[in-house]
Each structure stands twice: as structure tokens, then as C-alpha cells.
Ligand binder design. Structure first.
Ligand code: GDP
Length: 214
């Protein structure tokens, strides 16, 4: 098996939908609670320190778009981490609005990779996200993060417990670790395979019809 390389460049940092780049590529968006390990995972997938790993959870409030050259090029979209309790109500509402608006309206969105801390499983905001995704019929893949924090002998049991009450997803959830390089290549391959299986005309109706749609 030849491993695919992803070459990523930042193309947009958006604080509101009018700052989104044109949706000319299928989009794979990464979402999860603040501090779940999203930036570390994006960096591991792209093999570059491109997303900022932060010790101050909840700092990223923008949606960052990376153009990725892969077998099938795509936009990797880094959604702001959610659920950080210290933030004010207004700020959290603004965040939720940005993420929810993106999920509900973005025609080029092909898949959301929902990151969930392997130690905690789904928490309330994760269920909220799952609800938005299901209402908007967005395909979702779940990746549990920081698997190295659970001892190897306990991982299978924790995994079984977490997946018991999950909604339907694209393929089986994975558990990954960037720290110990567990299943990062597998996740990249799963996304490559998903992109390869997307219809050629995935973006077509939007191009022909609604010119105002980004
Ligand atoms: P984000 O807020 O979701 O983007 O999370 P970051 O990638 O910034 O990571 C938050 C913290 O978790 C950092 O201190 C990382 O070093 C740590 N971290 C990220 N991934 C892993 C992992 O796979 N294993 C362990 N043990 N720590 C991780």
C-alpha cells in the first residue's frame, strides 16, 4: 500500500461566512471540543506544524480553510473548538452560530470528522453537534483522540463502551493518538477513500445554479 501524502496550505481564516473562500473543492471539516487535540491531529495528517497547538484552550475562534493537494484535492476545514466553559455566553453563542451556519449552509461540505476525547466519550456539546449534523444530513466520521491516555489493554473495552450509543456514521469510528502515532495514517486513508468515492459532480449543482452561494 502506498501511503498518500497530503500537502496543505492555509487559504482563509474566516470570522464570518462572507470571509469563506469559494466552495470550489469538497470540504472535510474537523470539529470537536476545545483541547480535544484537533490542531495536533491536523498537523499530524498534513505532516506539518500548520495549525496552532495551544495550551490556552478555546483560543481559535475562526474557521480556517486549508487547501490540500491529495489524490483528490480538497479543503480541510478547521472549525473552532466548542464548549469551553470559561467563555462568556455571548461569545459562545457567536461561536455556535458560526459553526451551525457553516454546517447548515455550506454546499461544498462533504464530511465532518467529529473528534471526541477517548477518555470522556461524547459530552453534551458533542451531542448538540451530532444533532446539527443529523438534521442537516451531513455525513460524519468519529475519531476518538488521545488514545494513548488509556492503557493499551483497556482500549478495546473503552471503545466498545463509547460506540454503544452512537448515531450512524460513515464507517467505523477510529481511535487515534498523535502523541503515539496511532491510526493517523488510517484516518488519512479513510478520508482519501471517502473523497475517491464522492461523485464527480459533487459540486456541480451549486456551480450551475446559485451563483451567490459560496
Ligand atoms: P485543540 O484545542 O483541539 O486544537 O487541541 P490541541 O491540538 O491544541 O491539543 C491540546 C493539548 O492536548 C495539547 O497540550 C496537546 O499536546 C495535547 N494532545 C493533543 N493530541 C494528543 C494526543 O494524541 N495524546 C496526548 N497525550 N496529548 C495530546
Amino acid at each position: 500500500m502506498t501511503e498518500s501524502a497530503w500537502l496543505g496550505t492555509l487559504v482563509a481564516t474566516s470570522y464570518s461566512p462572507d470571509q469563506f473562500p469559494r466552495g470550489l473543492l469538497p470540504e472535510i471539516a474537523f470539529a470537536g471540543r476545545s483541547n480535544v487535540g484537533k490542531s495536533s491531529l491536523i498537523n499530524a495528517l498534513l505532516k506539518r506544524r500548520i495549525a496552532k497547538v495551544s495550551r490556552d484552550p478555546g483560543k481559535t475562534r475562526s474557521i480556517n480553510f486549508y487547501m490540500v493537494r491529495a489524490d483528490r484535492p480538497f479543503h480541510l476545514v478547521d472549525l473552532p473548538g466548542f464548549g469551553f466553559a470559561k467563555r462568556g455566553k455571548k461569545e459562545r453563542a457567536q461561536w455556535a452560530g458560526l459553526i451551525e451556519g457553516y454546517i447548515a449552509k455550506r454546499k461544498s461540505l462533504a464530511l465532518v470528522v467529529h473528534l471526541v476525547d477517548f477518555r470522556h466519550g461524547m459530552l453534551e456539546n458533542d451531542r448538540q453537534l451530532q444533532h446539527w449534523l443529523s438534521v442537516n444530513r451531513v455525513p460524519v466520521l468519529i475519531a476518538f483522540t488521545k488514545a494513548d491516555k488509556i492503557p493499551p489493554t483497556k482500549r478495546a473495552g473503552v471503545y466498545q463502551k463509547h460506540i454503544r450509543d452512537l448515531p450512524e456514521t460513515m464507517g467505523a469510528p477510529l481511535y487515534v493518538s498523535t502523541e503515539k502515532n496511532i491510526a493517523v495514517d488510517e484516518l488519512r486513508k479513510t478520508i482519501d477513500d471517502f473523497l475517491a468515492a464522492l461523485p464527480e459532480d459533487f459540486l456541480k449543482p451549486r456551480k450551475r445554479g446559485d451563483l451567490k452561494q459560496k
